[in-house]
Design a protein around this ligand. Structure first.
Ligand code: NAD
Ligand code: WQD
Length: 348
């Protein structure tokens, strides 16, 4: 195959493909010989991310600015391409905001997914990879967490992911169906492409730890508030399974390729590294990678936070043939390169 030709590449619909994870997945899809066709309404991203994808990977993703809830627009996209599969990233992800605006979260995340699957059925596209989250494990009884753990939700965002997982399982279990679905439960995606061209570009003050730390290191924010140091963890601060976004993207390509082998059904996989790091360990690692100080103060616990969350990632290894390869140092180096080269994100 000519590496830059698009006509003979299998087309993959990537909803939310201009976002943080979706843009990295577009790069890895192109690297693996596919053509990403992106539908994004740009409510939390910029089209510039896709221009950067083209710069990195040498093939331009096809882009449609549209909302996944707009069935007529989606029908036009499906009519214009013969999709091998759909990777579904489009949705809202701010946990705190979801408690303020629950209807919006259910509209985007639940109703949006249902609209998408209805159009997929109309066009007989049966392969779907869905962005789920470790949040579906709620407050787990122990760590590491494997896919057999009970699921629960503590906020509307988490419940939206849980509801979609259950809808997709019902769809795949209905008699005489042809659906082939992977639910990928991400732990905490961080880092950026090694080029420093694409990365996480949160609007406003970041909610998540790594973008906040990066903005403190570059001097945009004054200091980090460490949410609690009295958890039962190595140093009292919260422990999470941080995974490099490029590893996560490669996990999607592995899941896509295994859909062909696995046949009809719906399966859930953890995408994590299996290792947990505390907030203070993350701060030290970022300081080492950036050569900058990250001032912090210990603050009260954030409501809804749990002490520890990290994956048992064995199932993805045995069934998808995938495991994370980048360690903490590399995650921090790549996150810092992106931040330093793009102090104002895609507006720089
Ligand atoms: P992101 O906000 O960067 O990307 C989501 C993209 O979807 C954005 O480009 C946004 O403009 C688009 N979008 C939102 N609603 C849309 C709609 N109705 N129609 C069309 N486009 C729409 O977020 P991300 O971090 O890349 O996350 C991608 C997916 O992964 C989300 O579903 C998120 O819930 C899930 N997830 C993210 C994390 C994380 O920590 N980043 C963890 C677990 C799961
Ligand atoms: C990580 C650790 C905080 C910010 C969230 C969602 C989850 C998933 C990933 C989408 C915790 C601490 C954070 C800060 C801090 N997203 N922290 N100061 O909460 O594990 O997961 O993002 O699906 O659903 O809940 O990630 O990055 O917010 O926090 O001390 O300013 O950093 O308490 O221990 P979290 P996070």
């Amino acid at each position: 195959m000519n590496s830059t030709s698009t006509s003979n590449r299998p087309a993959i619909l990537v909803t939310g493909g201009a976002g943080f994870i979706g843009s990295h997945v577009c790069v890895e899809l192109i690297n693996s010989g596919y053509l990403p066709v992106v539908v994004d309404n740009l409510c939390n991203s910029k089209e510039e991310s896709l221009k950067r994808v083209t710069q990195i990977a040498g093939v331009e993703p096809v882009f449609y600015q549209a909302d996944i809830n707009d069935k007529d627009a989606m029908r036009k996209v499906f009519a214009a391409h013969s999709f091998e599969a759909v990777m579904h990233f489009a949705g809202l992800k701010a946990v705190g905001e979801s408690s303020q605006l629950p209807m919006k979260y259910y509209r985007y995340n639940v109703a949006g997914t249902l609209s998408l699957t209805e159009v997929m059925e109309e066009f007989k596209v049966w392969k779907l990879i869905f962005s789920s989250s470790a949040t579906v494990y709620g407050d787990p009884v122990s760590v590491p967490i494997d896919e057999t753990f009970v699921t629960s939700a503590t906020n509307p965002y988490g419940r939206s992911k849980l509801i979609v997982e259950e809808i997709l399982r019902d769809i795949a279990n209905a008699p005489n169906n042809q659906w082939n679905i992977s639910l990928l439960r991400y732990f905490n995606p961080v880092g950026a492409h090694e080029s420093g061209l694409i990365g996480e570009d949160p609007a406003g003050i970041p909610n998540n730890l790594l973008p906040y730390v990066a903005q403190v290191a570059i001097g945009k924010l004054q200091q980090l508030a460490v949410f609690g140091n009295d958890y039962n963890t190595v140093d009292g601060t919260g422990v999470r399974d941080y995974i490099h976004v490029v590893d996560l993207a490669l996990g999607h390509v592995a899941a896509l390729q295994s859909l062909d082998k696995s046949g009809v059904g719906c399966r859930a996989y953890n995408l994590g590294t299996g290792s947990g790091y505390s907030v203070l360990q993350m701060v030290s690692a970022f300081e080492a990678a950036s050569g900058r100080k990250v001032p912090y103060k210990i603050s009260p616990r954030r409501p809804g936070d749990i002490a520890s969350c990290y994956a048992d990632a064995d199932l993805a290894k045995s069934e998808l043939g995938w495991e994370a390869k980048f360690g903490l140092e590399r995650m921090m180096q790549d996150a810092w390169r992106w931040q330093e080269k793009n102090p104002n994100g895609y507006d720089s």
